[in-house]
Design a protein around this ligand. Structure first.
Ligand code: NAP
Ligand code: HSE
Length: 442
């Protein structure tokens, strides 16, 4: 029998333990698929004394991830520890040692992708990163292979399971934000630092990766404009429902005449749209190609086994490539010989210049004569026209302020931002307003 494919795992948390579970449960079938057994040779963790489920023999455990990445008796490193600099250092070491790298870490791909792919190319090995976007949904493979015949016009969707879970719980069950976040953490959806989820970094990284693959040149994650869901309150979800909308955190990227627009932000979408009905930790990615038209991919975007499903599939690809001694496939966007893309910062500025949106705005304003006129004037000065206004009567509890809900017509993004800044500075406005983009076409 040929020798086994030898695997080193960095991280045995939610995803890592799922990988061990699947490798054990399907050991025979996976061996059949690859033609060689897949053998876990070692696993790096932070805390050697922590109980592991499934159990991993102690002689396989180490707290020295760098040493694991260097071991000469390991063929493939699976990085599922998360973070950026440390994880990148281990990943880079593995590539420099000629090992194939499987990773679920969107941050290292989105922020350090060029460095990693350069090292992969130099060492003739591949990087496999299906689990980095939308967990169990095979969207990376779809963009790289199944949709390769298309000129992609847009990619958008729900890319963060934690935020979708929180918004679903707040909207359907009236749960407070904090309770829903705690539950998402318990279910293993959230990042080690959940601010990456709720403040929108995670969605920004994911839409940057998808956009890079879709349009064929690298979209720099650092230039993606993003907002999170932290400021959204149950009353915003209630108002959205009253107006026939649902709020989702979306990554949205579109090809423009002169570049691309890539953004991540909470968005009000019609409650009849498909995305509005994607609930809990489910993710959905819509891709519009010039030949295929619209295609929608739906599935669990976070959690132990859905994510491990993508990691193990990548592991099989890496194992097959290794067995066949196949050359590394570097995606076009990270190929050094492809002329550098347009400067992403300029792209982002260009996109902002041309971008337009409609906005839902909720303000806590003083209940006195002339307040509505002051707010309307600020919007008018920046060319923003109001489509609808609603104000609830003040109550003895509301201490002289009233919630004011405004819906704008389509307006230039720059004007909207300037108007919002001006409104937030008005003495009659008590707290910074909540503003959510409204998309009627998604
Ligand atoms: P996690 O539950 O926090 O697990 C992280 C693991 O890495 C733990 O086993 C931890 O060790 C280990 N670790 C941390 N620092 C280490 C170090 N310096 N050296 C060695 N081991 C170290 O994280 P996770 O949820 O599995 O996520 C892992 C990666 O998958 C992240 O990049 C995440 O973005 C990505 N991902 C996660 C999901 C999901 O649903 N959770 C979905 C898609 C992608 P201890 O156990 O000893 O603390
Ligand atoms: N924390 C991420 C999420 C995990 O909630 O979607 C998947 O990347």
């Amino acid at each position: 029998m040929q020798r086994s494919i030898r695997v080193g795992l960095i991280g045995l948390g939610t995803v890592g333990s799922g990988v061990v579970h699947i490798l054990r449960r399907h050991a025979k079938r996976l061996q059949h698929e690859v033609g060689r057994p897949i053998e876990l040779k070692g696993a790096a963790v932070r805390d050697l004394s922590k109980p592991r489920e499934p159990e991993v023999p102690s002689h396989l455990l180490t707290d020295d991830a760098l040493a694991l990445a260097r071991r000469s008796d390991i063929d493939i490193i699976v990085e599922v520890m998360g973070g950026v600099d440390e994880a990148k250092a281990y990943a880079l070491e593995a590539l420099q040692q000629g090992k194939r790298l499987v990773t679920a870490n969107k941050a290292i791909i989105a922020l350090k992708g060029q460095e990693l792919f350069d090292a992969a190319k130099q060492n003739g090995v591949g990087i496999y990163f299906e689990a980095s976007v939308a967990g169990g949904i095979p969207i990376i493979k779809a963009l790289r292979e199944s949709l390769a015949a298309n000129r992609i016009e847009s990619v958008y969707g729900i890319l963060n399971g934690t935020c979708n879970y929180i918004l679903t719980q707040m909207s359907n069950n009236g749960q407070p934000y904090e309770t829903a976040l705690k539950k998402a953490q318990e279910l293993g959806y959230a990042e080690a630092d959940p601010t990456f989820d709720v403040d929108g970094h995670d969605t920004a990284h994911k839409i940057a990766i998808l956009s890079s693959l879709a349009y064929g040149y690298r979209v720099d994650a650092q230039h993606v404009q993003f907002e999170g869901i932290r400021g959204i309150q149950p009353q915003d979800l209630e108002c959205a429902r009253e107006m026939g909308y649902t709020v989702k955190l979306l990554g949205i990227s579109r090809r423009l005449d002169d570049g691309v627009s890539v953004q991540a932000h909470p968005t009000m979408i019609p409650e009849t749209s498909v995305l509005a009905n994607v609930q809990d930790a489910y993710n959905a990615v819509a891709v519009v190609g010039d030949a295929v038209g619209p295609a929608l991919f739906l599935g669990l975007g976070a959690g132990k086994l859905p994510t491990a499903s993508a990691v193990v599939a990548d592991l099989l690809d890496a194992a097959r490539d290794l067995a066949a001694n196949a050359p590394a496939e570097i995606p076009l966007c990270w190929r050094a010989d492809v002329p550098p893309s347009a400067d992403s910062e300029t792209e982002a500025q260009k996109a902002l210049k041309s971008a337009c949106s409609r906005r839902y705005i909720r303000l806590e304003a003083e209940d006195r004569p002339g307040v509505l006129a002051e707010i309307a004037a600020a919007l008018g000065r920046h060319g923003v026209s109001i489509a609808a206004v609603s104000q609830k009567e003040s109550t003895p509890m509301s201490e002289g302020t009233v919630p004011l809900i405004l819906l704008t017509h389509l307006a230039a993004e720059r004007g909207l931002r300037a108007a919002l800044d001006e409104i937030n500075d008005l003495p009659c406005v008590r707290q910074p307003g909540v503003s959510i983009r409204v998309e009627t076409e998604l």
